[in-house]
Design a protein. Sequence first.
Lengths: 191, 288
Amino acid sequence: MQRPTNDAQLLMLLQADADAGLRAAMQAYAPLLKSICGRVLPHDPQDAEECMADAFVALWRHAAALAGGQVPLRAWLAVTARNAAINRYHRLCRTGTVPLDDGLAETLGELAEFDRTATDKEDAVGALVAAMAPPDRDIFLRRYYLLQPCREIAAALGMTENTVHVRLSRGRERLRRALTHQEATDHAKNL
Amino acid sequence: MPKTCDKDLLAALDALPLEEDAAPLAGDEFERVLARALAGVGAACPQTQQGGKPMKKKKLFAAALAAAAACLCLGAAAAGWLLSPREVAAQVGLDALAAAFDAPDAITVNETQTDAGYDITLLGLTTAENLSGYWSRSWGELTPGRTYAALAIRPSDGTPMGALDDPDNAFANEGLAVGPLIEGEAPIDCNPMMMHTAWHGTVVDGTYYMVVECDTVAPFADRTVYLMVQQGMFPNFSTYTLDAATGAIRTDPAATEGINVLFTLPLDAALADPAQAAALLEQWRAPA
């Protein structure tokens, strides 16, 4: 099979030839996954590599399901790698083999807070973030799903770091209000 | 739950320009990650095991490819690349149970039902002695064997699930109620909550795996024994209907928001023991 030129071909190749498919997937997406895993595990390059590899193994496992779905591969891999790296980070923290990163801990704490607020079974936070207007949506996605530092986000979006902080802070407050309103609405519907 | 909004979010994430992530991996780094990924692919197939001896790295690399090719040829049986019941037991830390899933009387099922956006697969079941150390004061004189079932649950659209300590995991907080129902017995009176049921779960590669164990249901093998899987910490038994004429139990998946399915356990009818079944029913229904 020829080198894949799109995700559909890549998923077909993965199912037909694991070696060639993984090589092609890594050529296309390893840089993105490396940057995500590296942000969570900056002091543990070996762990970051293992998380990347785990994400590609997961891609191979799910290739058939992904080929039949509408999920964008790049984003799926990014979230898979993020989750793998966060899980590894938590495990390393528990065993005391990695120093607690204050900045990352703050980010993960904010993530957990959103999810605790979103008690509904639906992924309310995800839906609200997806519905945000730019540039807030980009800022939130970069910060909480790609775990980019505010400095990098500011550089990518052409704004000051302080602006990124302010928009994140205001956005979090809007999300809280929206989630609280949604909870109240759902409660009223159930009365 | 794999919801539309998840796809919306992934689509928004996909649309982000990330030019700053364009630096390729160095050659040796690329090969290390690739070798590890291929080893992971090989580990998904039991063919990589050679008499339990660890393979040397070069052999592992070649074997990983061979195993991947072998798995790819298995077709529907291996579709989705789920762990085997033995592997699930090992992953949740029940090594003795892992061996029991290899016993001759262990039953491979691999039946998948889809509900509420999830694929729920009953991988297999086995009956054995108490292998997990579960203990109940209400067992009294009767200390029956245990029935163990291995299941896999994953979003139908391939979205990976987070680990159990990850708030993204739909089952981390609300849980799943899994266990047997028995033909002819009203679910409200005879259900997993009475059968000394315990659950062991983990997430591997974005798939939630669990082992459920309860007092043996093999003595009921002359009846239909079901396995209920219902989302939520506290199951709603009113969603099940018992046909008074036939004793059959049915559920309407659409009646609940989350997962609500019934599997039929393919028990060996030769194991039926009406006397022990009656004793078990009496014990399960005895006041605590």
